[in-house]
Design a protein around this ligand. Structure first.
Ligand code: ADP
Ligand code: MG
Length: 469
């Protein structure tokens, strides 16, 4: 077989039939309802977040927010103007790899050091001359919303124990600890005037911020992330969360509560979502094999590695990179490709595939790759991206159907989304919509869905959660 035929054969394995798609949606609805009833290890966690109000757009004040997403740590201060608008200062750093697998203390001290640097730069008024040389922090504490996008067992708005790491983190002595306590202790030891008032999942922040900015024109049903990982949040009446001990919180029984679904863990048993030998190989290389199996087919951390595994198979078969030698070891290095690689290849509009050739040269170190081989690579990148987008429609359709939103609400059903994959992967939303039309939503339902980027999701959303506190 030619390289193109080989690639087509593999691309087929990444296709999702309408039947499979709808089976996944049905199972997603079941898993949602199951997770609201039962605490589960392998199923969807459906975590109550203690956020009991969705913003109206009228909120006001200055708050700090920090966001640990997976790839970056951001610190920002947010001014909410009370009219659905805000302004924001922020600084971003990428978490050093060694700290992602080091000790809990070193890790939180790193986060605190970034908060300190931010405050010194943007809120110098909170520092006074100490010894004539250096400046020490002082003043009334800022309320901070801390966006921490890993599964935690939350017991109040600012208390939550880490259940497990995902997305390549593996700080063993942090598992089981209260994340806010650890962060607050690190901030205290630097004497910073910061009170961590809310522990926020990024999906919740996205839901909050989209609701704040969209308040004028409708309601936001779901906040979701397609970035390093994937996850989503929506709100549920407290009365319809059987596993939540409402009697222990009488002050909120009548309210709604935002639920962090942790949908990355949907169908960890692989009874419904598709599986290829590449998925199996990838899963074995992760620190959490058997968990977040849905996420491992969708999100930014994984799509580049999937492509690498596919290309390695074709190279080893002798049909790809025939007679060529590479100036880089990337093709044989695990996790060497991030999702910007399939993303840029899939987005290649040139007739001579010069963009694909450039990405292949820059990232894999192969030059003068024949056009047929470039075509094969592009086809495979597209197949992986398309499967990701198709699967991404499953939880969106699932939550719209679970909440009866099509019947319950008139007009548009809004989804706030954040993350580099939904923002930058070519035609991601278009492919999600194509899949939505094939579900029970149909063309009519899909038309009513709006998907909007909530760019500062975690910053503004976390500030809004701190305000609620
Ligand atoms: P986080 O999840 O840490 O908040 P992002 O939303 O920026 O951060 O997502 C980072 C992920 O996005 C990485 O895993 C990376 O593979 C992926 N990514 C980076 N650039 C692109 C791109 N151009 N297209 C698609 N995905 C990308
Ligand atoms: Mg993020």
């Amino acid at each position: 077989m030619s390289v193109l035929e080989e690639a087509q054969k593999i691309a087929k394995e990444f296709e999702i039939s309408d039947e499979c798609l709808n089976d996944c949606v049905d199972h997603f609805i079941w898993a949602t309802e199951h997770g609201l009833r039962h605490h589960t290890d392998l199923g969807m966690p459906m975590i109550p977040t203690f956020v009991t109000k969705i913003p109206t757009g009228k909120e006001k004040g200055v708050f700090l927010a920090s966001d640990l997403g997976g790839t970056n740590f951001r610190v920002c201060s947010v001014t909410l103007n009370g009219d659905s608008t805000y302004s924001l200062n922020q600084e971003k750093s990428s978490v050093p790899k060694e700290l992602m697998v080091g000790s809990c203390k070193d890790f939180f001290d790193y986060l605190a050091s970034q908060v300190e640097a931010f405050l010194r730069k943007h809120h110098g008024e909170h520092f006074v001359e100490d010894d004539g040389v250096s400046k020490a922090p002082f003043g009334d504490p800022f309320k901070m919303g801390f966006t921490f996008s890993f599964p935690v067992d939350q017991t109040s708005l600012n208390k939550g124990k880490l259940i497990r790491w995902t997305k390549g983190f593996d700080i063993k002595d942090a598992v089981g600890k209260d994340i806010v306590e650890e962060f607050q202790a690190a901030l205290h030891s630097r004497k910073l005037p910061v009170h961590v008032a809310a522990l926020v999942n990024d999906t919740v922040g996205t839901l909050m911020s989209r609701s704040y900015t969209k308040a004028e024109s409708g309601r936001t049903l779901v906040g979701c992330i397609f970035g390093t990982g994937t996850n989503g949040a929506y709100s549920e009446k407290i009365k319809t969360i059987p596993k939540f001990d409402a009697a222990a919180h009488p002050e909120i029984t009548d309210k709604i509560m935002v639920i962090n679904t942790e949908w990355g863990s949907f169908d960890n048993r692989l009874n419904h979502i598709p599986n290829t030998r590449f998925d199996t190989a990838l899963n074995e290389r992760t620190p959490n094999p058997g968990y977040h199996m849905f996420e491992k087919r969708i999100s930014g951390m994984f799509l580049g590695e999937l492509l690498r595994l596919v290309l390695v198979e074709l190279r080893d078969k002798g049909v790809l990179f025939k007679g060529l030698s590479a100036t880089k070891k990337a093709l044989d290095t695990e996790w060497s490709l991030d999702t910007s690689v399939p993303s840029r290849i899939d987005g290649d509009q040139s007739s001579d595939l010069s963009q694909t050739a450039k990405v292949v040269e820059d990232f894999l170190g192969y030059s003068s790759v024949p056009k047929e081989e470039l075509e094969a690579i592009k086809l495979l990148a597209h197949a992986i991206g398309r499967r990701s987008a198709t699967l991404s429609a499953v939880p969106l359709a699932g939550l719209i159907l679970h909440t009866n939103a099509l019947e319950k609400f008139e007009g548009e059903i809004d989804i706030g989304a954040d993350g580099s994959v939904v923002e930058f992967y070519p035609n991601f939303e278009k492919m999600v919509r194509e899949a939505l039309r094939k579900t029970r939503l149909g063309t009519e339902g899909e038309k009513r869905v709006t998907i909007g980027l909530a760019r500062d999701g975690s910053g503004v959303g976390a500030a809004l959660c701190a305000l609620v506190a």
